[in-house]
Write a protein that binds this ligand. Structure first.
Ligand code: HEM
Length: 383
């Protein structure tokens, strides 16, 4: 079993054998047990800005492109430390008002209502659910759904630069082009200043607390970190509700616990990356300042010390507090919104009779070391 071929099993085994372990090949400490991950997510001895270094053997132009893209990714709120991070968080918080969340839910439901009621069950995810999520999240940032998809694609191309160990200069070049496209879009949007996000960014740039690169970083985070993980969690929920796992689920009574159990089992982002801000000791291990520390959310969410029968979908867990959204300074700003959207989406599908007509569905997952994302949902083969 290896990190590459079976990442979840590798991480589960690490949790059971060590809990905290140093991995030479990635120069990273891995923390995998729930209690440790939970505590360290809000530990001031860890920062979010992880050190990066330039891969060897690049030409000067390639090095320049590498640093341009990498330094841009470092500006995203989730990879920033105070005081920059505090300012970005303050700017983003007002986006998630109850009225804004209400607008997202309304757009999600309108999208479901506008789809063809005769959509075959195994196409419902791609043709109804995904567009509904995109419409809702696009409403939050005042973009049309198709633009959200294009911007999300730009962010994906930027993130494709990946870790410096595996850097590919042609991917770096494409990332730099995507960064130009995204920056151009954000500049135009901020100039027009339409909608809560664009006007907040425009004001912050006018008063000098953010520049265009910062504003683009905020945008990049929102367009890349919202839609795909939400789609992944909804796919896990539909998998459960249409299959044997959902037989004991009473939607009216259990919808909130079903949503949280789907989130826990999906855990779309496997890792929260951190950097030691000071030397400290963790279970007898000496973690040095500047060391990379991976808080393994997915291993924590599957920790049998915390969740009895951890791989089972159960809506009767007494205390199901998972770490799928992180916690502490970088706790996901979209957590409450995501739960709300997931709940309202399945309730809407049930109210329209779509849910009960669905065949048992299986998600086609794309799982790697860093995360789980859904490619599609297909009718489950009966055995
Ligand atoms: C199932 C869906 C989602 C999952 C699993 C998820 C997960 C996460 C996690 C784990 C973090 C913290 C990472 C860390 O501590 O290093 C985070 C941060 C963040 N998330 Fe989410 N997220 C989801 C949906 C959303 C949505 C819908 C939005 C916005 C519309 C959003 C916006 C953010 C932002 C802005 C941050 C950065 C917070 C900060 O650094 O202060 N997320 N998310």
């Amino acid at each position: 079993m290896s990190r590459e071929t079976a990442p979840l099993e590798w991480l589960d085994e690490l949790r059971e054998s060590h809990g905290v372990a140093w991995d030479e090949s990635t120069s990273t400490w891995y923390v995998t047990r729930y209690d440790d991950v939970y505590a360290l997510l809000s530990d001031p001895r860890l920062g979010a800005q992880v050190e990066t270094w330039c891969p060897p053997g690049l030409t000067e132009a390639q090095r320049e492109t590498y640093w341009r893209v990498t330094e841009f990714v470092d500006l995203w709120p989730v990879f920033s430390d105070p005081p920059r991070h505090t300012g970005m968080r303050r700017l983003l918080l007002p986006l998630f008002t109850p009225a804004a969340v209400g607008g997202v839910i309304a757009a999600t439901k309108e999208s479901v209502a506008a789809t063809n009621p005769g959509t075959p069950g195994d196409r419902v995810f791609e043709s109804v659910v995904r567009p509904a999520l995109a419409s809702g999240l696009a409403r939050l940032i005042d973009e049309p759904p198709e633009t959200l998809a294009e911007l999300g694609d730009c962010a994906t191309r930027i993130l494709a630069v990946g870790p410096s160990e595996t850097y590919d200069p042609s991917v770096g070049l494409d990332a730099a082009n995507a960064l130009d496209e995204l920056t151009g879009h954000v500049a135009r949007r901020c100039e027009a200043g339409r909608g809560a996000l664009a006007s907040a960014l425009r004001d912050a740039m006018a008063e000098g607390s953010l520049d265009l690169r910062d504003a683009t970083a905020v945008y990049a985070q929102l367009v890349s970190g919202a839609l795909e993980p939400a789609a992944t969690a909804v796919a896990r929920l539909l998998e459960a509700l249409t299959g044997p796992e959902g037989e004991a689920v009473e939607l009216a009574a259990d919808v909130d616990s079903a949503v949280d159990e789907a989130l826990r089992l999906a855990t779309p982002f496997h890792l929260a990356m951190r950097r030691g801000l000071t030397d400290f000791t963790l279970h007898g291990h000496s973690v040095k300042a500047e060391a990379r520390v991976a808080l393994v959310l997915v291993a924590a969410n599957r920790d049998p010390r915390r969740f009895a029968d951890p791989l089972a979908f159960r809506t009767d867990r007494a205390d199901a507090r998972h770490v799928v959204f992180g916690r502490g300074r970088h706790a996901c700003l979209g957590a409450a919104l995501t739960r709300h959207v997931m709940r309202e989406l399945v309730v809407e599908l049930a109210a329209r009779g779509v849910l009960e007509d669905l065949p048992p569905l299986s998600a086609v997952w794309n799982v790697d070391f860093g995360g789980r994302f859904v490619q599609d949902m297909v009718a489950r083969q009966r055995v």
